[in-house]
Design a protein around this ligand. Structure first.
Ligand SMILES: Cc1ncc(COP(=O)(O)O)c(C=O)c1O
Length: 399
């Protein structure tokens, strides 16, 4: 509720998970079963994600980051290769490129969606300056990247694609769910995050989807390179003997987390419907405000609406983005920023530089972004409170 001074009485957090009794019951069942690590519940989560997305196969892991890392290794991306990615992402997207000893090449984004711009990718592929080993796009905020063009470019260049779908569970591109890949397409993998703030969550976790051989190749690698997982060793039909094929990582997901994830995946449609309603309510009200640009949804996609990023018209305001966020916070509205461009972060800036002239859209747009709260628990009144706080802030700070 907003008071006469334009301030909510209780703080509205930027993100909240949608945990209900059935989630609690599912996790409690796992505790009672006494099988806590990866086992039958992890397998059920994999089946649920494969069914929801139409993917040929799915692999549960400890994070979305782990999924991208595993995919890059399984797709054979070599140390020293260049991996084309977007600067408008979380550091994890670039970190996995560093982890395999490859090098991120940040390519600018489209002004409307803030997704990797396929035409700029085409230029980088054509100019031949980089030995490109893969393309790693992000479905920013849950709005799918232009997959048709990007996948065609990758195919022509003979490079694999790993999609960072951390934000995109439930999104579709030309009617096809993000995560679905052709069963014979061994050059593509899609990594979802089940992190606490994501559209469906297991607290921490991730799911990688792709063709069956690719997912099979990743399986031992996410459990130390061991040929039999714990369930196959210690389950009712387990066998003690195992071998190690390579020094793999410890990226498996526990049954505890998987039970929560699967319980959430079962309800993804209702979560998505509420996110879509909230986005529509924001857009309808914010359209009247000249100082605010609202996010787009291209006609051939269904966004997951993980984020609702507005952009301030800073030339119409007497305050900058940081002060605008502070004004909203004082009005009890939590917000966030997605993202500080990765090449602007110290490690990447020192290593590769942040050439603002080479990334003009990123440089300009990233400074005026604010992500508003959007999650199924929000009521219409919560949405209206956010809009009221924005109006109130604008009223005092118009140029
Ligand atoms: C775009 C993007 N990629 C990757 C990740 C990493 O996901 P996880 O925390 O599951 O590793 C995040 C998480 O916030 C993200 O926003």
């Amino acid at each position: 509720m907003i008071t006469a001074t334009g301030t909510r009485t209780a703080f509205l957090p930027f993100a909240r998970p949608m945990i209900e009794v059935e989630d609690v019951d599912e996790v409690a069942d796992v505790l009672r079963s006494e099988w806590l690590t990866a086992g039958p519940r992890t397998q059920k989560l994999e089946l649920a994600v494969a069914e929801a997305t139409g993917a040929p196969a799915a692999l549960a892991l400890s994070s979305g980051t782990a999924g991208m890392h595993a995919a890059l290794v399984a797709l054979g991306v070599r140390p020293g290769a260049a991996v084309i990615t977007t600067p408008m992402t979380f550091c994890a997207t670039a970190h996995v490129i560093e982890h395999i000893g490859a090098r991120p090449v940040f390519v600018d984004v489209e002004p409307d969606t803030l997704n990797l711009d396929p035409e700029r990718v085409a230029q980088v592929l054509a100019d031949g300056r980089h030995d490109v080993g893969a393309i790693l796009p992000v479905h920013y905020g849950g709005h799918p990247v232009e997959l048709d063009r990007l996948l065609a470019l990758a195919r022509d260049a003979g490079v694999p694609v790993v999609e960072d779908a951390a934000h995109a569970f439930g999104a579709t591109y030309r009617g096809v769910p993000i995560g679905q890949v052709e069963p014979d397409d061994g050059d593509r993998a899609v990594s979802f995050s089940l992190y606490a703030t994501k559209n469906v969550t297991s607290g921490e976790g991730g799911v990688l989807t792709g063709a069956e051989p690719l997912v099979r190749a990743c399986r031992p690698w996410i459990l130390h390179g061991i040929t039999r997982d714990s369930w196959e060793r210690y389950g009712p039909r387990g066998a003690w003997e195992y071998d190690v094929l390579e020094p793999g990582f410890k990226y498996n997901l526990s049954d505890l987390a998987a039970a929560l994830g699967e319980s959430q995946v079962r309800r993804w449609r209702s979560f998505q419907q509420r996110r879509t309603e909230i986005a529509a309510r924001y857009s309808a009200q914010l359209a009247a405000l000249d100082e605010i640009d609202t996010p787009v949804a291209r006609p051939h996609v269904v966004p997951a609406w993980h984020l609702y990023p507005i952009r301030l018209r800073l030339d119409a305001l007497t305050i900058d983005r940081g002060e605008f966020i502070e004004q909203l916070r004082r009005r009890n509205i939590g917000t966030s920023v997605h993202f500080i461009p990765v090449p602007a972060l110290s490690y990447y800036r020192h290593r590769y530089g942040f050439d603002r002239d080479a990334l003009p859209v990123t440089a300009a747009e990233s400074e005026r972004l604010i992500s508003l709260p959007i999650y199924p628990r929000m009521t219409d009144e919560d949405v209206d409170d956010v809009v009221a706080a924005i109006r109130d802030t604008l009223a005092g700070h118009r140029r």
